[in-house]
Design a protein around this ligand. Structure first.
Ligand SMILES: [Zn+2]
Length: 272
């Protein structure tokens, strides 16, 4: 019975159609060599601070109108620019004679300007209303934004570490995305029963917890391990729905395996 076989497929390899190109086997081989979302040993862990602390920083430094997207853009612009944070941290940390004292480096100002370019008029939401300069000429917001970026990088512990003497101790390594990689679940694409002899009833989740297969999903250039695969069932006509095909329950009692042209996933291999 097909549904039974489906439930014991533990090594299906699924490839998101979006990453398909002409040379299919070659693409797969290359993708399998790419790094996964797992943390690499020389990576810096994702900032380990309480959400409350982050929230306090946002409330105290940004406008109350700042959007979630803007806050996340700032957060990820810091975690993705560790080379720039190293350069900034080193420059504001005086060590050798002749080095000039600066509170904000040209590196951090460059990041602030890039964010200004990206945010357009929304950039004002990074500044509290009472802190807004009277005239907004070219660079009026650059320094205050660069200062906030510096404070935020410190709150997130995203700075190089220096010894008491001022000598560089540890550079900031690339920040791991492992802890924030989303959980993926593969589901049928249909959301209602599509059997011509039925009505568009809702589909119920039809795989018992203990029988849910865990597969490897390749999406773009990232590999996700142990991704649950769920199937659906029409509560009215018992038609089964899977991520890559439908198993319509015919009145004759036969089950048809129909592969959908619109399926998002391709099953590359499985065993029974
Ligand atoms: Zn139905």
């Amino acid at each position: 019975m097909y549904s039974a076989t489906f439930k014991i497929v533990y090594s299906i390899l699924l490839l998101a159609l979006s990453s398909l190109t002409g040379n299919f086997p070659m693409l797969l081989a290359l993708l399998l060599c790419l790094p996964t979302v797992a943390a690499m040993p020389d990576q810096h862990p994702f900032p380990d601070i309480a959400f409350k602390v982050f929230n306090e920083f946002v409330t105290q430094n940004f406008s109350s109108r700042v959007s979630l997207a803007t806050v996340l853009l700032i957060l990820f612009s810091l975690t993705e620019n560790t080379d720039l944070l190293n350069l900034h941290g080193r420059q504001i940390n005086l060590y050798l004679q002749g080095e000039k004292k600066q509170t904000i480096s040209g590196w951090m100002k460059a990041l602030a300007r890039a964010l200004e370019d990206r945010l357009g008029s929304n950039v004002k939401t990074l500044i509290k209303h009472k802190e807004l300069p009277k005239t907004l000429d070219n660079d009026a917001l650059t320094n205050p934004i660069a200062m906030k970026l510096d404070t935020m990088a410190n709150v997130l512990n995203l700075m190089p570490v220096f010894a008491k003497s001022g000598k560089l101790k540890n550079k900031l390594a690339t920040v791991s995305q492992h802890e924030i990689a989303a959980v993926h679940i593969i589901c049928p694409a249909s959301i209602e029963c599509e059997d011509m002899n039925c009505k568009p009833f809702a589909l119920a989740q039809d795989t018992h917890s203990r029988d849910i297969p865990k597969v490897t999903l390749i999406k773009g250039t990232t590999i996700y391990k142990r991704v649950p695969v769920l199937s659906g069932k029409c509560s009215h006509c018992d038609a089964n729905y899977y991520a890559d095909h439908e198993g319509l329950n015919q009145t004759s009692g036969r089950r048809n395996k129909i592969y959908l042209n619109s399926a998002k996933y391709i099953k590359l291999g499985h065993h029974i």
